[in-house]
Design a protein around this ligand. Sequence first.
Ligand SMILES: [Zn+2]
Length: 314
Amino acid sequence: MHTDSPPTTRVLYLAGWGRSGSTLAEGMLDQVPGLVGVGEIKFLWERGLLQNRRCSCGTPLRSCEFWVEVLHEAYGRIPDDDELRELDEASRRFRTRHLPGLLLRPAGHTSRAELRWYHEALSQLYRAVAKVSGADVVVDSSKFPSYLTALLQAPGLDVKVAHIVRDPRAVAYSWQRHKEDPDAPNGELMPRMHPGCTALYWSAWNLATERIAHRAGLPYLRFRYEDLIAEPDATLRAVTRLSGVPATAVRVGERGELFVRRTHQVSGNPVRFRSGAVPLRLDDEWTTGMAPRHRQLTAAVTFPLRRRYGYRDS
Ligand SMILES: [Zn+2]
């Protein structure tokens, strides 16, 4: 049956700056009936398909049964390398890390005609994810505020924004640490960043997320990583309600562990490879491990947004 407008696909966009716990939050949301967490879809073309990195199920993406079925449903085949490069090139337009650009870029502006094919391709992809998974809502943890504008231009997507924030001092400390990335080609470590730089990005990124969601009139909920760990059930219920599916209790074990099934997340923090009983523990190593001058710098640069999000001075 042919219809002029495609059916609506519901998308819960997990926004927030890197190392704020979005991958863990997505893995938790994936446990909720009706939701499917599929990682940072923005990186599907490059890291997922061109580089054939591993899906969180452990299989290289081109061999992952879930993604192969999604791509066949969306496009009838896996796009060839030239097509993948074009898709990646288009998504890079929505990947700005330029700080003024993050704050000034208008939300939901008119689609450029030459990118219409890209927005159609996104629409087909999210629709296929929903169909193959059987979920009511697709959870995308791409996080970039700029990529959110790409989703707003894709026809037939009903987008809601769940914005995760974390204490900027914990985030800055995480960006300082040497961390292995089991998924990186050539055994590279995860990227690192100076606390001053992290603090600037944390502020600009979070402000841009709020601004884009507000200007586009999107349903929006901000939640704190610390609350997700301390009160997982209540926090997940609130996010689930935003997504539009009935909130159900999430099973937390006696020792505070969460039972996570295997997911099919593209890219994201290495925590996505964990399944089974995952301990929910607040990583507060920064409170003892972070150099005082870095703490003070981060606290100063992120004030007053930090205070508005409920993170005190000490
Ligand atoms: Zn997979």
